[in-house]
Design a protein around this ligand. Structure first.
Ligand SMILES: [Zn+2]
Length: 194
Protein backbone atom coordinates (compact mmCIF):
# COMPACT_ATOMS: atom_id res chain seq x y z
CA UNK A 1 0.00 0.00 0.00
CA UNK A 2 1.31 3.43 -0.91
CA UNK A 3 1.54 5.90 1.95
CA UNK A 4 0.75 9.54 1.26
CA UNK A 5 3.91 11.64 1.63
CA UNK A 6 4.30 15.32 0.93
CA UNK A 7 6.71 16.22 -1.90
CA UNK A 8 9.35 17.40 0.62
CA UNK A 9 9.44 14.01 2.33
CA UNK A 10 9.60 12.21 -1.02
CA UNK A 11 12.54 14.37 -2.07
CA UNK A 12 14.37 13.72 1.19
CA UNK A 13 13.91 9.98 0.78
CA UNK A 14 15.09 10.06 -2.82
CA UNK A 15 18.21 11.98 -1.76
CA UNK A 16 18.87 9.47 1.00
CA UNK A 17 18.57 6.53 -1.42
CA UNK A 18 20.78 8.19 -4.00
CA UNK A 19 23.59 8.61 -1.49
CA UNK A 20 23.51 4.99 -0.35
CA UNK A 21 26.07 2.42 -1.47
CA UNK A 22 24.72 -0.67 -3.28
CA UNK A 23 25.33 -2.68 -0.09
CA UNK A 24 23.43 -0.23 2.08
CA UNK A 25 20.57 -0.20 -0.39
CA UNK A 26 20.48 -3.98 -0.46
CA UNK A 27 20.33 -4.11 3.33
CA UNK A 28 17.45 -1.64 3.34
CA UNK A 29 15.60 -3.57 0.64
CA UNK A 30 15.94 -6.76 2.68
CA UNK A 31 14.51 -5.02 5.73
CA UNK A 32 11.52 -3.86 3.69
CA UNK A 33 11.05 -7.05 1.67
CA UNK A 34 8.14 -9.21 2.82
CA UNK A 35 9.69 -12.44 1.52
CA UNK A 36 13.04 -11.72 3.21
CA UNK A 37 11.11 -11.24 6.45
CA UNK A 38 9.29 -14.52 5.86
CA UNK A 39 12.60 -16.30 5.07
CA UNK A 40 14.22 -15.04 8.25
CA UNK A 41 11.15 -15.96 10.31
CA UNK A 42 10.31 -12.34 11.27
CA UNK A 43 6.97 -12.77 9.53
CA UNK A 44 5.03 -16.00 10.05
CA UNK A 45 4.16 -18.20 7.13
CA UNK A 46 2.65 -21.59 6.35
CA UNK A 47 5.75 -23.49 5.32
CA UNK A 48 5.38 -26.64 3.24
CA UNK A 49 9.07 -27.08 2.38
CA UNK A 50 12.34 -25.64 3.64
CA UNK A 51 16.04 -26.30 3.12
CA UNK A 52 19.12 -24.11 3.56
CA UNK A 53 18.47 -22.19 0.33
CA UNK A 54 14.78 -22.47 -0.52
CA UNK A 55 11.41 -22.05 1.08
CA UNK A 56 7.92 -23.02 -0.08
CA UNK A 57 4.83 -21.58 1.60
CA UNK A 58 1.10 -21.54 1.07
CA UNK A 59 -0.17 -18.29 -0.43
CA UNK A 60 -2.51 -16.78 2.17
CA UNK A 61 -4.52 -15.15 -0.63
CA UNK A 62 -4.69 -18.13 -2.98
CA UNK A 63 -5.88 -17.94 -6.59
CA UNK A 64 -7.05 -21.53 -6.12
CA UNK A 65 -6.88 -24.27 -3.50
CA UNK A 66 -3.23 -25.26 -2.92
CA UNK A 67 -1.66 -22.09 -4.40
CA UNK A 68 1.96 -22.40 -3.27
CA UNK A 69 4.94 -20.04 -3.48
CA UNK A 70 8.50 -21.28 -3.92
CA UNK A 71 11.34 -18.82 -3.33
CA UNK A 72 15.05 -18.53 -2.68
CA UNK A 73 15.79 -17.44 0.90
CA UNK A 74 18.42 -15.04 -0.39
CA UNK A 75 17.07 -11.80 -1.85
CA UNK A 76 17.03 -11.82 -5.66
CA UNK A 77 14.77 -9.24 -7.21
CA UNK A 78 14.29 -10.96 -10.55
CA UNK A 79 14.85 -14.46 -11.87
CA UNK A 80 17.73 -13.35 -14.09
CA UNK A 81 19.85 -12.57 -11.00
CA UNK A 82 19.62 -16.08 -9.58
CA UNK A 83 22.76 -18.21 -10.15
CA UNK A 84 22.22 -21.16 -12.52
CA UNK A 85 22.66 -23.84 -9.83
CA UNK A 86 20.12 -22.26 -7.54
CA UNK A 87 17.70 -21.63 -10.42
CA UNK A 88 17.90 -25.34 -11.32
CA UNK A 89 17.21 -26.34 -7.75
CA UNK A 90 14.36 -23.81 -7.52
CA UNK A 91 12.75 -25.28 -10.61
CA UNK A 92 13.26 -28.87 -9.47
CA UNK A 93 11.65 -28.23 -6.09
CA UNK A 94 8.80 -26.40 -7.82
CA UNK A 95 8.27 -29.33 -10.14
CA UNK A 96 8.20 -31.87 -7.31
CA UNK A 97 5.86 -29.70 -5.24
CA UNK A 98 3.51 -29.46 -8.21
CA UNK A 99 3.45 -33.28 -8.34
CA UNK A 100 2.64 -33.36 -4.61
CA UNK A 101 -0.13 -30.80 -5.13
CA UNK A 102 -1.69 -32.91 -7.87
CA UNK A 103 -2.00 -35.63 -5.27
CA UNK A 104 -2.90 -33.64 -2.15
CA UNK A 105 -5.43 -31.15 -3.54
CA UNK A 106 -6.47 -33.32 -6.50
CA UNK A 107 -5.49 -30.63 -8.98
CA UNK A 108 -6.40 -31.34 -12.60
CA UNK A 109 -3.60 -29.15 -13.92
CA UNK A 110 -1.16 -26.50 -12.70
CA UNK A 111 0.16 -23.17 -13.88
CA UNK A 112 3.74 -22.43 -12.89
CA UNK A 113 3.96 -18.66 -12.93
CA UNK A 114 6.68 -16.06 -12.41
CA UNK A 115 6.06 -12.32 -12.54
CA UNK A 116 9.34 -10.66 -13.53
CA UNK A 117 9.04 -6.91 -13.04
CA UNK A 118 6.16 -4.64 -12.03
CA UNK A 119 4.75 -4.47 -15.56
CA UNK A 120 4.38 -8.27 -15.42
CA UNK A 121 2.48 -8.08 -12.14
CA UNK A 122 5.36 -8.49 -9.68
CA UNK A 123 4.16 -7.14 -6.33
CA UNK A 124 7.29 -7.60 -4.23
CA UNK A 125 10.93 -7.26 -5.38
CA UNK A 126 11.80 -10.87 -4.45
CA UNK A 127 11.66 -13.67 -7.00
CA UNK A 128 8.78 -16.02 -6.27
CA UNK A 129 7.45 -18.94 -8.29
CA UNK A 130 3.71 -19.47 -8.06
CA UNK A 131 2.31 -22.97 -8.35
CA UNK A 132 -1.38 -22.50 -9.07
CA UNK A 133 -3.36 -25.74 -9.07
CA UNK A 134 -6.09 -25.67 -11.71
CA UNK A 135 -9.53 -27.21 -11.67
CA UNK A 136 -12.19 -27.43 -14.37
CA UNK A 137 -14.18 -24.18 -14.38
CA UNK A 138 -12.11 -22.52 -11.60
CA UNK A 139 -12.19 -19.14 -13.37
CA UNK A 140 -8.52 -18.36 -12.57
CA UNK A 141 -7.58 -15.61 -15.02
CA UNK A 142 -4.23 -16.53 -16.52
CA UNK A 143 -5.30 -16.84 -20.16
CA UNK A 144 -4.39 -14.36 -22.89
CA UNK A 145 -5.87 -13.58 -26.27
CA UNK A 146 -3.60 -14.95 -29.05
CA UNK A 147 -3.07 -12.50 -31.92
CA UNK A 148 -2.03 -13.54 -35.41
CA UNK A 149 1.71 -12.90 -35.80
CA UNK A 150 3.02 -11.38 -39.03
CA UNK A 151 5.47 -13.63 -40.87
CA UNK A 152 8.10 -10.95 -41.48
CA UNK A 153 8.09 -9.88 -37.85
CA UNK A 154 8.40 -13.49 -36.68
CA UNK A 155 11.29 -14.11 -39.13
CA UNK A 156 13.19 -11.09 -37.82
CA UNK A 157 12.55 -11.99 -34.22
CA UNK A 158 13.66 -15.58 -34.77
CA UNK A 159 16.99 -14.39 -36.18
CA UNK A 160 17.57 -11.84 -33.40
CA UNK A 161 16.91 -14.35 -30.63
CA UNK A 162 18.88 -17.11 -32.33
CA UNK A 163 21.90 -14.78 -32.56
CA UNK A 164 21.71 -14.23 -28.79
CA UNK A 165 21.32 -17.92 -27.94
CA UNK A 166 24.32 -18.72 -30.14
CA UNK A 167 26.27 -16.04 -28.27
CA UNK A 168 25.28 -17.64 -25.00
CA UNK A 169 25.62 -21.35 -25.73
CA UNK A 170 28.31 -21.44 -28.42
CA UNK A 171 30.40 -18.35 -27.71
CA UNK A 172 29.62 -18.49 -23.95
CA UNK A 173 28.79 -14.79 -23.61
CA UNK A 174 26.31 -14.17 -20.81
CA UNK A 175 23.28 -11.98 -21.66
CA UNK A 176 22.98 -8.74 -19.70
CA UNK A 177 20.34 -8.37 -17.01
CA UNK A 178 18.11 -5.40 -17.84
CA UNK A 179 19.00 -2.52 -15.53
CA UNK A 180 15.49 -1.06 -15.72
CA UNK A 181 14.06 -3.95 -13.73
CA UNK A 182 16.71 -3.59 -11.06
CA UNK A 183 15.80 0.08 -10.63
CA UNK A 184 12.31 -0.88 -9.45
CA UNK A 185 13.80 -2.05 -6.17
CA UNK A 186 14.45 1.56 -5.17
CA UNK A 187 10.84 2.49 -5.87
CA UNK A 188 9.67 -0.35 -3.66
CA UNK A 189 11.82 0.87 -0.78
CA UNK A 190 10.78 4.47 -1.36
CA UNK A 191 7.11 3.55 -1.01
CA UNK A 192 7.74 1.85 2.31
CA UNK A 193 10.11 4.18 4.11
CA UNK A 194 8.64 6.13 7.00
ZN1 LIG B 1 13.67 -10.25 -0.36
Amino acid sequence: MKKELDPKQVKAIQEKLKNMSPDELKKLVKQQCLFCQISSGKVESRKVYEDDELLAILDINPASKGHTLVLPKEHYQILAQIPDDLASKLFNVTNKLAVILFDVVKAEGTNIFIANGQVAGQKSPHTVIHIIPRYEGDGVGLAWEPKKGDEKGLDELQELIKDKTIQLYVKKEQPKVVEKQIAEEEEYVEERLP
